[in-house]
Ligand binder design. Structure first.
Ligand code: PHB
Length: 367
């Protein structure tokens, strides 16, 4: 049965995975306050899902400026490193493997989330027609329109790269098996890649080569810090329009980027169709097929999969691994359910973001 391909071990970078089912990165906004520090409840949540071939952590800000939503965890303070150490230890004790997703939101933020109430930073001073999530000074949490960002000075780019490098060092210290650079979904690195959000006139904007420069320089710094490109992945969302990015020529942009990645021998490239954010994604599958031809390395495919579509994608050779997001939120034992063909628990959308154990660590397992 072709579905068994999902359950077949595979070597990914430096890791031997027992199956090809990936837990997708998922924002859940449940870090301890103050300080955006992961705690024992987060460790329990991830350990419950250690059956995945690989867990990719929720997006985690590499610096305070990288935050765009209340209560998301960071990897820039000693307390956060200590908190994450508790998470990785519990995942490893449960037999799992976990990468950290390294995040900088760029313009998807607001002064209420920024150090000293500053404006968020971006490639260009173009406001996104998108929302972030803030807490008012009186403690009231709510959605908020993202603020007008400030364009990063050329001299500040080195500092941005440094925050990804130090995030990698901290993630490794905290016991992660590797890191995934988040260059998808309209956050900072995607804002540099996409033509509508990057109107810079220095070496980091304008031409295709220039728009791709920052993500490649970040990757090189992260690989050098990790000491092994097999411990580094990259997430992309070609054609994604979430957070108001829109690239004029995604085939050209992402083909160029993937060409540049060949020599870097990453653990994987993670291609994501953010269908949960709405949009039709007409033409995505055709684009994806063209990109797959450009890149000979390991690819994780993510976006609304059922066990059947996942098995078919692997059997057709269209990807090497499949990531499940919503499936893993509601089904801690997702691998066992896929193996046995059992029904999946229903997702409770009201408990996705923020709150406590309800809708987080209390989804039932089989039997
Ligand atoms: C979100 O918090 O809404 C979010 C975070 C990271 C993503 C996508 C969405 O890649």
């Amino acid at each position: 049965m072709s579905q068994n391909l999902l359950l077949k071990p595979i070597q990914v970078g430096s890791l031997e995975l027992p199956n090809r089912i990936i837990m997708a990165p998922l924002t859940r906004q449940r870090a301890l306050q103050p300080g955006n520090v992961p705690g024992p409840m987060n460790a329990e949540y991830y350990a419950q899902r250690a059956n995945a071939g690989l867990i990719i952590s929720e997006a985690t800000q590499v610096c305070p400026e990288g935050q765009g939503y209340a209560w998301t965890p960071g990897i820039h303070s000693d307390e956060q490193v200590e908190g994450w150490t508790g998470v990785t230890a519990k995942v490893h004790d449960a037999g799992g493997r976990i990468f950290m997703q390294l995040w900088h939101v760029g313009r998807i933020s607001h002064p209420l989330l920024q150090p000293n109430g500053a404006d968020p930073v971006a490639p260009s001073a173009i406001q996104a027609q998108a929302d972030c999530f803030v807490v008012d000074p009186d403690g009231t949490p709510h959605k908020e329109r993202t603020a007008m960002p400030r364009a990063l000075e050329t001299s500040e780019i080195a500092g941005v790269i440094e925050s990804y490098r130090s995030g990698t060092a901290n993630a490794m210290e905290a016991g992660f098996d590797g890191v995934e650079v988040h260059a998808a979904n309209g956050y900072l690195l995607d804002q540099f890649l996409c033509s509508n959000s990057n109107q810079r006139t220095d070496n980091y904007g304008g031409s295709l080569e220039n728009r791709a420069r920052l993500v490649l320089e970040v990757l090189d710094a992260v690989i050098a810090e990790a000491g092994n490109s097999g411990r580094v992945g990259l997430r992309l969302s070609p054609m994604g329009t979430f957070n108001d990015v829109d690239d004029a020529n995604p085939l050209e942009t992402f083909s160029y980027l993937l060409e540049q990645l060949k020599s870097r021998k990453l653990a994987y490239v993670h291609v994501n169709k953010p269908d949960w954010a709405g949009g039709t994604y007409e033409g995505f599958d055709e684009l994806y097929q063209q990109l797959r031809k450009v890149y000979p390395g390991t690819i994780i495919h993510c976006g609304g999969h059922t066990p059947e579509s996942a098995a078919r994608t692997l059997a057709d050779g269209d990807a090497d691994l499949i990531a499940f997001g919503r499936g893993y939120i509601a089904n801690p034992d997702l691998v066992a359910r896929i193996a046995s063909g059992a029904e999946w628990n229903k997702l409770d959308a009201s408990t996705l973001y923020g709150g406590g154990a309800k809708g987080y660590t209390d989804y039932p397992t089989l039997g």
